[in-house]
Design a protein around this ligand. Structure first.
Ligand SMILES: [Fe+2]
Ligand SMILES: [Fe+2]
Length: 139
């Protein structure tokens, strides 16, 4: 069963961003399935790394878009992204040293962070960016 369903609630209304968020949701679901099946930590950390790398790719894309249109809250937004990237690094270190393992708790943290960020922080920039895109098309 998919742990995190894509729904309109998660849509920010910008195609490229929605597509990237859908990929993140799929990667999280893949991780959820692997955890449910009690897969080896080696496989779990490999999926986790793919998810972390794609998250960084997505953040860079989003930040470039915010900068391109001069979004006024871009500094705060970037800080929020950086906080997760730092957290992912710490988690990865803990998995590598065996201090922590990749299980339901980590998964819950990722699901909560992502849904909260998309539905709150990301949705907040949508009207500004969509307006900028419209203006760019009309100029
Ligand atoms: Fe974001
Ligand atoms: Fe995002």
């Amino acid at each position: 069963m998919a742990l995190l369903e894509w729904s309109d609630e998660l849509s920010v209304g910008i195609d490229t961003i929605d597509k990237q968020h859908m990929i993140l949701v799929r990667a999280i679901n893949l991780l959820a399935m692997a955890i449910e099946k009690n897969s080896e930590q080696e496989l779990l950390t490999a999926i986790f790394e793919t998810l972390a790398n794609y998250t960084i790719t997505h953040f860079s894309y989003e930040e470039e878009l915010l900068d391109h249109f001069g979004y006024p809250e871009s500094v705060e937004h970037k800080k929020s992204h950086q906080a997760l990237v730092d957290e992912l690094k710490i988690l990865k270190e803990k998995f590598d040293t065996g201090e922590d393992h990749l299980g339901p708790q980590v998964l819950k943290f990722l699901v909560d962070w992502l849904t909260k960020h998309i539905m709150g922080t990301d949705k907040r920039y949508a009207p500004f960016i969509l307006d900028g895109m419209k203006r760019q098309r009309n100029s």
